[in-house]
Design a protein around this ligand. Sequence first.
Ligand code: NDP
Ligand code: 2IT
Length: 445
Amino acid sequence: MKKIEQFMAEVINKNPGEKEFHQAVKEVAESVMPVIEANPKYEKAKVLERMVEPERVIIFRVPWQDDKGEIHVNRGFRIQMNSAIGPYKGGLRLHPSVNLGVLKFLAFEQVFKNSLTTLPMGGAKGGSDFDPKGKSDSEVMRFCQSFMTELQKYIGPNTDVPAGDIGTGGREIGFMFGQYRRLRNEFTGVLTGKGLNWGGSLIRPEATGYGCVYFVQEMLKTKGESLKGKVCAVSGSGNVAQYTVEKLLELGAKVVTLSDSDGFIHDEDGIDLKELKCVLNIKNVKRGRIKECANEFKCKYYEKKKPWSVKCDIAFPSATQNEISGDDAKTLVKNGCIAVGEGANMPTTPEGIKVFQKAKILYAPGKAANAGGVATSGLEMSQNSMRLSWSREEVDSKLHDIMIKIHENCVRYGKEKSGYVNYVNGANIGGFVKVADAMIDQGVV
Ligand code: NDP
Ligand code: 2IT
């Protein structure tokens, strides 16, 4: 049996049923196995075997009462994957699809992503199968307070610093921060994505989307191309999608789609700033559906469909994992797509990745392209430690520099003899080497 198959057989045997985790591990293992074989110190220290075993998994009960007084019980998680290069860091996902396998895949990816940012952050992820959709503000608050009542035992500004992800935005971070402060009687930077009046950083809300666009800009530069006039298909309509669109419009691209879990809108004329403002209002204030935007913009809406059949130059999957299948990837390539920037985590299936790489298009995996979010969380932590705050320009320029460095690192580790840059290998190897060396330096822990 080949080494990689044997390694995966063990991972699958030890973590049964966690298919997203298997998928994320396999992708990394395929990239780094040649590096491990060429460097016996990694093999001897069993670095990869240690990396796939979380340092700690916390699973807890989250009971809460709805507005009618009825009791609900959700399950809360925090996966503390690796702290070799810094305190655990990573978001909290609130979505009914959350389970152990999904959060382990996200925590595993986070280790490599955080390493790539150049900042000292370990990797973690957490969340709950709670669905914020259709809940009142009071219900969301009671859930967040109950969740934090247990989670606070395991986190802290020098231990583990959670943040937002799907279903966790400014409102939820506020409720969680309030409860942490109350229980611990301390005001610290224990969460990122905080409000500007209470320790948050300028540009953090924008950072994932802006960073993803900066990364794609760097990829296009390698081909002498720019974003000006490029037709872009964006999926999702949450935090990441919204600020991806804002930056794309600023740089002269044309955005023709947005989506949510019910369907997508197709605006052939391109979504403009006025329409984007309307999206922000419908999604962030009214907490409504993307379909409502189609009525406002008088554009097409496709129920229960994904946007990948729309002809575009660049795709920005910014909703969730495995949202681009092999067939979707084939359609994108056939329609002339030249680049993909993953705002979401692992949005392309392994079959889809093969299609993009075979076609030799510019394909940026999430752990590189969407690292601007957590990088700016790292900048929020620095500002909190210093008890001061940087200007918008200062944070944005640091974010931009970090994205350029991540791109350079991907090229350094991912450039093949033919000149083609395999950004998947680049990101996985670049992220791996730093964490692996730190683990070796620190002994068998
Ligand atoms: P939001 O909750 O703000 O928005 C999520 C968007 O994706 C919504 O439009 C949602 O639609 C859609 N979506 C979620 N789940 C599904 C699904 N199963 N099928 C179809 N559509 C879905 O989350 P974010 O924008 O923060 O996160 C989007 C992605 O980006 C995730 O993969 C996340 O892990 C990743 N990411 C986020 C970062 C951040 O800083 N926030 C940083 C790096 C990566 P609906 O409203 O119908 O649920
Ligand atoms: O997937 C991610 O990188 C995030 N959800 C952001 C994590 C963070 O700590 O800012």
